[in-house]
Ligand binder design. Structure first.
Ligand SMILES: [Zn+2]
Length: 150
């Protein structure tokens, strides 16, 4: 019984695998480097603490894809202030829960497959002029670094 459980555990992780590309035009999920707003890396310093997700470079209007198989849970707003990029979604599946921000989701509920279209990137530079445009992804438990999944 124990061996079977170990096998299932390993297999489920292999099956989940690495995340697919998040943004059309960035097939390797390249992370935003340092610009005048700081770094897009997880844990990078911010005025009010630390950057709790990772920023994947993406241009305004680019198609955003589901990084793994799962279920859209609800809308998730990064700022809760109604600014131009205050939109996103919570996605749960494949043993993970993430929030993806700065884009306009096509929908906020239902099953979705890895690589399937989630929506399009909003105008990040409208809020942060000249920032490296990006989609932000974080674990629902922000103490976990999502970067190894990219
Ligand atoms: Zn970010």
């Amino acid at each position: 019984m124990f061996k079977e459980l170990i096998f299932l555990f390993l297999f489920s992780h292999v099956a989940a695998g690495r995340w697919g590309k998040l943004c059309r035009g960035n097939p390797t999920n390249r992370v935003r480097g340092t610009d005048s707003y700081g770094s897009g890396a997880y844990g990078a310093p911010r005025d009010n603490g630390r950057h709790l997700g990772v920023d994947v470079i993406c241009k305004e209007g680019s198609v955003i894809y589901a990084p793994f198989n799962g279920k859209l849970i609800r809308r998730a707003n990064p700022y809760n202030n109604g600014n131009e990029i205050d939109n996103g979604v919570m996605l749960r599946g494949s043993g993970l829960c993430v929030k993806i921000f700065n884009f306009r989701p096509d929908r906020y509920s239902g099953q979705i497959s890895k690589g399937q279209r989630l929506g399009t990137l909003l105008n990040v530079q409208a809020v942060f002029p000249e920032i490296t445009s990006h989609v932000h992804i974080e674990m629902c438990d922000t103490s976990i670094n999502p970067t190894p999944n990219l």
